[in-house]
Design a protein around this ligand. Structure first.
Ligand code: SAM
Length: 243
């Protein structure tokens, strides 16, 4: 079924057989897609399952759909990958979020750091990034939308990676990689800086206190968005997600 007929729910489907869609989702179904009674849709509840449902009632402000079955979506990466990227100028953070979702990451962090010059806060911009993640999730037929979180403090971003076996830090001034990426297995957290890059003390903090390994992405300096997308792609490939 086309990506546009996929609807992300805020709550898990438990034993319900009827689901109501309202607000933006309802407007999209009724006014944009012009779906009517009898149309089939797919409901995604964040569990990884895809529920098929038939619209049974279309009201003024909501619609009701009857669940007819479910299956495992089968599109989620087997290994969790968490991408953290410095806040970027313009709409580049949105680009990174969209591509990271397509590449299969399970979570995205955006952080402020010493040389970061983009304005970001935890409000409207963060909500916008989560909307981009949800749209990308539907478009690439995933069934779980990765959450986008924001850290105003770089150290909090580093601390959020504690549960990941591999903690990899793309550092533009590293002259070698501390780890052979071809050998990584298991949950991985990836850090990429903003346009301004990292301060030496931020790299040292990540390595000494939070167990990150420095990684070079080669002898050319990549734009931040290129680095984030390339780094994620390399790791996804090495984890067997792109072969
Ligand atoms: N302002 C920095 C400079 O002048 O050197 C460049 C920062 S770069 C545009 C943004 C981020 O991309 C870096 O902080 C790093 O995480 C990543 N990056 C870019 N090129 C890289 C490379 N060759 N190796 C490792 N990381 C790289």
């Amino acid at each position: 079924m086309s990506a546009s007929r996929r609807f992300l729910l805020e709550n898990r489907i438990d034993n319900e057989s009827e689901i109501e869609l309202s607000g933006e989702q309802f407007n999209h179904a009724k006014s944009v897609l012009r779906l009517g009674v009898g149309a089939e849709i797919v409901l995604l509840d964040g569990s990884g399952r895809e529920y098929t449902a038939i619209i049974t009632v279309i009201g003024k402000h909501s619609l009701t759909a009857h669940i007819t079955g479910f299956a495992d979506g089968g599109k989620e990466a087997a290994t969790p990958v968490y991408l953290l990227c410095g806040a970027l100028k313009g709409d580049k953070t949105e680009l990174v979020v969209q591509k990271a979702v397509e590449l299969g990451v399970s979570k995205i962090g955006v952080f402020n750091s010493k040389y970061c010059s983009a304005f970001m806060n935890g409000g409207a911009k963060l909500e916008r990034l989560n909307k981009v993640a949800r749209e990308a999730t539907k478009q690439c037929l995933r069934s779980v939308a990765p959450e986008v979180v924001y850290f105003d403090n770089f150290e909090l971003a580093l601390a959020s990676c504690g549960e990941y076996k591999n903690r990899l830090f793309a550092c533009e001034f590293a002259d070698h990689s501390d780890v052979d990426m071809r050998e990584i297995t298991g949950p991985s957290a990836l850090i990429v800086g903003s346009e301004g890059g990292f301060a030496e003390e931020e790299f040292a903090l990540a390595k000494d206190k939070y167990g990150f390994k420095g990684v070079t992405l080669g002898k050319r300096i990549l734009r931040a968005e290129t680095a984030a997308i390339a780094f994620t792609s390399i790791v996804m490939f090495l984890l067997g997600e792109m072969g």
